[in-house]
Design a protein around this ligand. Sequence first.
Ligand code: CP
Ligand code: NVA
Length: 300
Amino acid sequence: MKHLLKMADLSREEIYKILDLADQMKYNQKNGRPHALLEGKSLAMIFAKSSTRTRVSFEVGMWQLGGHALFMLQEDMQHKRGESIEDTANVLSRYVDGIMIRTYSQKEVEELARYSKVPVINGLTDYSHPCQTLADLMTMREYLASLEGRTAAYIGDGNNVCNSLIVGAVKCGMKIRVAHPPGYAPHEDAVRLAGGALTLTHDPREAAAGADVVYTDVWTSMGQDAEKIERLKAFAGYQVNEDIMKLAAPGAIVQHDLPAHKGEEISEETFKKHENEIYDEAENRLHVQKSVMVLLMGKK
Ligand code: CP
Ligand code: NVA
């Protein structure tokens, strides 16, 4: 493992290695055990889109590991004025020990990784959100004890979060059912990779029936604001609410990568009932990303 660009690049063994170390990171942090495994190391964080969780969890995570993180807005960088990704990658590699990037195109992240001499971590693109999926898998494992043989239902937009979740869940031996309106299917690569472990449907009730985990994300992702009204119409009927949760397995958990638009993709009531699971999922971004950084940037 040289970079973390998308879930498809990780083997099942690598995913479990990340999750196991993340559990250890969480234990260490909760019990005040020193774990300065990245002392003297720096992480550059490049953001072309907004963030609360990703920014804070990477920055705090780096600090807890004894290292340092730099926040950079992509629009402030010389890349915006024409400097190539090749030069940006080569120069940053002379200063820092890792690069985290949140941007629009997956291709750009892959290109950055091609030229970078230090590990590159994808902090979300329009195609994928692997750090989120790793935190989701960590949280599901905490609540369900094991992932193997479990079923997740994803209800909503076949977006970045959905693509990564499909691949991650299937690699860990889960089944996944995605309910999406016509025209909002997940990416064909994720669908192909998942094979028979994925069911696609337009019926949220079919997806939710007997599921151990019910997952949703916003209907309008960053960069899609011009489509908001059209999307509100298309996704009506795709809300995760108590009617849907009644169909899921007894004790089923709810996951949402956040930020949530309560009253749209999830009802206020269902969010409130399941907020601990959802906030645990957000917290686990910290632990799982510390694990990823140690594995990528730590002593080999
Ligand atoms: N879930 C997630 O990535 O949150 P932010 O957009 O706040 O980073
Ligand atoms: N699908 C959402 C995820 C935000 C973390 C977006 O891309 O805006």
